[in-house]
Design a protein. Structure first.
Lengths: 294, 266
């Protein structure tokens, strides 16, 4: 957000509908979960206040810590691939014509497939006996088997996430790139700017805003990934691909430990919040500095 | 750099197409055929999976159920997000940055435990098992997303545009609906697509808030497990069909997206 805007509190009228509609679904469920997290719930008629016991227990639980480590590794791996790849794909797209339409639709398709089907496609596609990818890799002489080898399971999950979500970054970036006025490119050409300089000084400033959204969305969603690994690997082999939400689901649904599961959720939520806040603030303060230099 | 991008695009498209091709071959094969042998090109293509879907009313009712709340959600999201994104892009006000960030924090709640209070909330106000319940619940993440995307693009529109309209003697509603929204139609197109997409594929809230009569397509899909195990063929056929409405949305917004910001027309 630019800083040279007029200050006017009547602007609240414009955000009021958004505030009401979001708060309606946000506040009560969150308060309810916080309420669960400080109680021992045997059933809904007998519950005891336990204070912060569940929080302490969760943070000391080695299975939580392991799942958290895997989660961080997974999220940062997919971000490191999807963001640069998405920008390159968006830059490679022609700006107009039939091919633009065809390619935009192709990019949109993985996003529109229900997540359990995405998991199913990759589950079969990567199988070393009946899947194109699995059989193909084995034909090339690689003993690929994602159901028994943890490294292969990881690589398959990352490959699936890249397949599923890079389009989101690419579509947002493409929309950002079409907002660069053609005159800017002409001016850069007259100045004899290199291709890298065009990217850095003409395209990047326009992409900044949408990239912040893309990074935050991918960070949040990859941190909460559940359905796809559940279908693809079921968390295995062993616990190699058990991420936070899967561990949480076994607690909340499998064992019906509502209190600990709620404390887990709150901690989980706060970690995502923390990562996003750090990223958002570092980007925004860069922005402010850049404006001071102008 | 441009040629690098072009090659990346070509390889990425192949990477995208291969699993999609596999989905199509699965949709055209019987279940025992899929699990029985490896075939690059199906030797006994069959339409039984599609026939199963088109002959069973559960499937097409589910399709209609999904569409009704997704369309409702997309309309609500765009309507409330447009004015909010505009004021975020044009004014500073008390708590603006906090509010802006808070909106997005609503996407961060891991669903497993939150489903129960959602169910209680919507049951207590009598909306359980209606498309409106799912549409409103999905607003929790589509509205913040819409505000963020629209704000990102609107901030890029110079405020001179607003001032010019004022100098020309146009009223604010005229400016907003006849000048500002047309300028931002690319951004609105992208936002529309993302609302539609996230609402369309969301499973957990949709499953929690619907009863037997309003089950959406994503929920019906998880039920292709029969006595003999998962029916891969029917699931693949259903998966291939579920992308169709979204493709139609992309087809309609693509023109606006490609034209981008038609600043010259103001």
């Amino acid at each position: 957000m630019a800083t040279n805007k007029p200050y006017d509190n009547r602007a609240w009228l414009g955000v009021l509908p958004v505030l009401l509609i979001v708060a309606f679904s946000a506040v009560i469920p969150l308060m309810t979960v916080v309420n669960y997290s400080v109680q021992d719930i045997l059933d809904f008629n007998s519950r005891f206040y336990v204070g912060l016991d569940w929080y302490r227990e969760t943070l000391q639980d080695p299975r939580f810590i392991d799942a958290f480590g895997r989660q961080v590794l997974f999220s940062f791996s997919v971000l490191a691939i999807e963001i640069p790849l998405g920008i390159l794909v968006a830059r490679g797209l022609p700006k107009s014509g039939v091919w633009t339409s065809i390619l935009l639709i192709l990019l949109a398709v993985p996003l529109l497939i229900p997540w359990n089907v995405v998991g199913t496609i990759w589950q079969i596609y990567a199988r070393s006996d009946i899947g194109l990818l699995g059989v193909g890799l084995n034909e090339l002489g690689l003993a690929f088997n994602y159901t028994s080898n943890p490294t292969h399971a990881w690589l398959t999950l990352i490959a699936m996430d890249v397949w599923h979500w890079t389009s989101l970054v690419a579509l947002l970036s493409f929309a950002g790139l079409t907002s660069v006025p053609p005159a800017y490119y002409q001016a850069a050409e007259l100045d004899g700017a290199s291709k890298w300089q065009v990217f850095r000084y003409v395209e990047m400033p326009r992409l900044g805003g949408v990239l912040v959204i893309a990074v935050l969305l991918r960070l949040m969603d990859s941190f909460m990934i559940y359905t796809e690994p559940f279908v693809l690997t079921g968390g295995g082999p062993g616990n190699a691909t058990t991420f936070l939400s899967q561990y949480l689901a076994t607690m909340a649904v499998g064992q019906f430990d509502l209190g600990p599961a709620a404390a887990f959720s709150v901690i989980y939520f706060l970690f995502i919040l923390l990562f996003c806040w750090i990223f958002y603030n570092s980007v925004m303060s860069d922005d402010n500095e850049a404006q001071h230099h102008d | 750099m441009t040629s690098v991008s072009r090659w990346v695009l070509v390889f990425y498209c192949i990477y995208l197409l291969l699993p999609l091709y596999w989905l199509m071959t699965m949709a055209l094969r019987s279940n025992s055929d899929i699990t029985g042998k490896f075939e690059v090109i199906p030797s006994n293509p069959t339409l039984v999976n599609f026939a199963e879907i088109f002959s069973n009313p559960i499937w097409y009712q589910a399709f209609g159920n999904s569409l009704s709340y997704v369309i409702l959600n997309t309309l609500i999201s765009i309507c409330v997000a447009l004015p909010a994104a505009y004021v975020f892009s044009r004014y500073r006000f008390l708590g603006d940055r906090q509010l802006f960030f808070w909106l997005l924090t609503n996407r961060m709640a891991p669903p497993a435990v939150f489903l129960l209070p959602f169910f209680q909330l919507y049951s207590s106000i009598g909306l359980f098992d209606t498309p409106l319940a799912v549409a409103l619940a999905h607003c929790l993440f589509t509205v913040p997303l819409s505000v963020w995307i629209l704000e990102g693009f609107m901030s890029g529109v110079p405020s001179e545009v607003d001032e010019m309209a004022k100098i020309d003697g146009h009223s604010f509603p005229y400016f907003f609906f006849r000048v500002f929204i047309p300028i931002n139609r690319g951004a609105i197109g992208v936002t529309l697509f993302f609302c539609f997409m996230f609402s369309w594929v969301e499973l957990l809230l949709a499953r929690t808030l619907t009863g037997s009569t309003t089950k959406p397509i994503v929920v019906v899909m998880t039920r292709t497990v029969s006595a003999s195990g998962l029916d891969w063929g029917v699931l693949a056929a259903a998966g291939a069909l579920t992308v169709v409405p979204g493709i139609i949305v992309v087809w309609f917004v693509r023109k606006h997206l490609v034209k981008g910001f038609a600043l010259g027309r103001v």
